[in-house]
Design a protein around this ligand. Structure first.
Ligand SMILES: [Mg+2]
Length: 192
C-alpha cells in the first residue's frame, strides 16, 4: 500500500518512537493546561527556549488570538526566558496569527515556511536561530502524533497538554475531528 510521502514518514517515525511516546503518555500530568506550567520552574530545569503549539494550547482550534488568561502568562514567559527565546510552532501558521503576535508580542516569533509537525524541521530551525541545543528546548503541545513525535525525533523535551482548549459550540466538526484524533493517539500510546 502506498501512502503520500508525509504519511509514510509519520508512520515510520511512529514505529520508531512508539516507546518514547508511550513514556510521555504514561508520565503525563492529568488535566494540564498551559497556564499551569511555571515558566520559572522550566528555566530552573535548564530550559532556555520555549516552543508553543497554537491550536488547543494557546486557544481553541481555528482561533486567531490567544485566550485572555494566557496573555499575562505569555508575557511572564517572555520576561523569564528573554526576548526572542519564545516561539510559536503551529501546523497552521496563518498570516492573521502571525500578524497578531507581531502586534501584541513583538519578540515572540511564529515559525512559517517549515514542514508541518511531526517533521522536526521547525524545531531544528529554532535551534539554528537561537544557537541552543535540543536539550535546552521545550515544546508544549496537545498532540502526540504531531508535536510529541516531532519532539522525539528532534530529541527536544516535551510537555503534553492534557486539557486542551476546545470550543465545541463554535466549530463542532473540526473539534470532533481533533477529539477523535486525540482519543486514538492516546489509545495507541497506551499500547506502547
Ligand atoms: Mg495543537
Amino acid at each position: 500500500m502506498h501512502f503520500p510521502p508525509h504519511l509514510s514518514f509519520t508512520f515510520e517515525m511512529l514505529r520508531r518512537h512508539r516507546h518514547a511516546l508511550a513514556e510521555i503518555y504514561a508520565h503525563r500530568q492529568p488535566r494540564l493546561r498551559l497556564q499551569d506550567i511555571s515558566p520559572e520552574s522550566l528555566k530552573q530545569q535548564g530550559i532556555e527556549v520555549l516552543v508553543l503549539d497554537f491550536d488547543g494550547v494557546l486557544a481553541a482550534h481555528g482561533e486567531t488570538v490567544l485566550t485572555p488568561e494566557l496573555h499575562s502568562w505569555l508575557q511572564s514567559c517572555v520576561a523569564t526566558f528573554g526576548a526572542e527565546q519564545v516561539f510559536i510552532l503551529s501546523n497552521q501558521p496563518r498570516p492573521d496569527r502571525i500578524a497578531y503576535f507581531h502586534q501584541h508580542f513583538a519578540t515572540v516569533r511564529c515559525l512559517a515556511g517549515v514542514k508541518k509537525k511531526p517533521d522536526p524541521q521547525g524545531l531544528e530551525q529554532v535551534m539554528r536561530l537561537t544557537g541552543r541545543p535540543a536539550a535546552m528546548l521545550m515544546l508544549v503541545d496537545d498532540r502526540l502524533w504531531t508535536g510529541g513525535l516531532a519532539a522525539c525525533i528532534a530529541k527536544v523535551q516535551f510537555t503534553y497538554i492534557t486539557r486542551p482548549y476546545i470550543r465545541f459550540s463554535k466549530r463542532p466538526v473540526q473539534e470532533l475531528f481533533f477529539m477523535t484524533l486525540r482519543f486514538l493517539e492516546r489509545r495507541w500510546a497506551q499500547l506502547g
